[in-house]
Design a protein around this ligand. Structure first.
Ligand SMILES: NC(=O)c1ccc[n+]([C@@H]2O[C@H](COP(=O)([O-])OP(=O)(O)OC[C@H]3O[C@@H](n4cnc5c(N)ncnc54)[C@H](O)[C@@H]3O)[C@@H](O)[C@H]2O)c1
Length: 303
């Protein structure tokens, strides 16, 4: 079978969700053999798992897909996902870390368990699956590709769900470190901040006319539109692309900036706290980042 992932084996976590499902179908259409992983949990990750989710998706895709119902937050389960790919298809070429959870709890109301669950799944899960895959990539030789899912709720900002933002910002650091540290092994790592209607975005309240209008826009965002970027980043045509952060919103794809010094001020005698207040902060203030959330930056309707 032809296609840009022809002959490649791809592990997709969270494949039973809105974006994961679209990415799994697109990867299969491009010729990949796939391990479709999903724990089948509620949107916030709390509550019982449904082990039928991954199986149903694998059956829908056909013989080149096999199911895995493990949790990305469990190290043994993460290693088992990779082993399943190798046992079944003989190798592993790419991982797409889509599994994630969210609750829109404001920072001062986040319970410790809720914080830990978010970090466990959104960040540690991405690490554990990447870690297991990297071992396999190095053992088999020839490199490998990892695609992580971050969020503009972390990169730009949100109105308070700090556990989600911290996990998703952590993923950016994880990805960048993999990209730099494993370059010599031909292992690449990139991030996608998707914008797509799913049960996650359905949590956004519609309690004011302004918010209701925004949710109406969010409903137009199609998960299928995220898939070409995720699949394309796994292909050999992206062999030189690593350490980058992309965003996608329907037919728009963006490369996102990464922090670099943008303005500095030097005092050969050193600074005092008073000097910081009287000189440094006013001098740098023209370059401060406005306190805005995603909608303050993506100000135009999706295209
Ligand atoms: N939809 C958006 O606009 C949006 C925006 C920014 C980031 N994201 C990120 O994109 C990814 C996909 O989001 P979605 O909108 O499709 O959400 P979704 O809730 O539809 O899908 C997430 C999937 O992850 C699975 N999952 C959760 N915990 C798991 C675990 N421990 N192990 C294995 N699977 C687990 C869930 O069962 C679910 O099927 C997530 O990482 C999300 O944070 C989505």
């Amino acid at each position: 079978m032809g296609g840009i992932l022809s002959g490649k084996v791809v592990l997709i976590t969270g494949a039973g969700g809105a974006i994961g499902r679209a990415v799994a179908h697109a990867a299969a259409a491009e010729g990949a053999s796939i391990v479709v992983n999903d724990l089948g949990v509620p949107v916030d990750g709390a509550g019982a798992a449904d082990d039928s989710v991954a199986g149903a998706l694998a059956r829908q895709i056909g013989p080149r897909a096999i199911a895995d119902g493990g949790s990305v937050a469990d190290a043994a389960a993460a290693r088992a996902m990779v082993r399943r790919a190798v046992d079944h298809f003989g190798r592993l070429d790419a991982v797409i870390n889509i599994a994630g959870v969210i609750s829109l709890t404001k920072v001062h109301r986040i319970a410790e368990a809720e914080w830990r669950r978010s970090i466990d799944i959104n960040l540690t899960g991405a690490f554990l699956v990447s870690r297991a895959a990297i071992d396999q990539f190095i053992a088999q030789g020839g490199g490998g590709a990892i695609v992580h899912f971050t969020s503009t709720a972390a990169l730009i900002g949100n109105w308070g769900f700090a556990h989600y933002a911290a996990g998703k910002m952590g993923v950016v650091g994880l990805s960048r470190s993999i990209a730099l540290g494993l370059r010599r092994h031909g292992i690449r790592s990139n991030c996608i901040a998707p914008m797509a209607w799913s049960r996650m975005l359905a949590l956004v309240p519609e309690d004011t006319p302004e918010r209701a209008g925004r949710v109406e826009q969010l409903r137009q965002l199609k998960p299928e539109k995220v898939a070409p970027l995720a699949v394309g980043l796994c292909a050999d045509t992206a062999a030189d692309v690593s350490g980058q952060i992309f965003a996608v919103r329907n037919d728009e794809i963006f490369i996102m900036s990464q922090p670099r010094p943008i303005r500095g001020i030097h005092n050969g005698d050193g600074w005092t706290p008073e000097g910081v207040g009287s000189t440094v902060l006013p001098a740098l203030s023209g370059s401060f980042t406005p306190l805005e959330a995603t909608e303050g930056v993506f100000t135009w309707p999706p295209l």
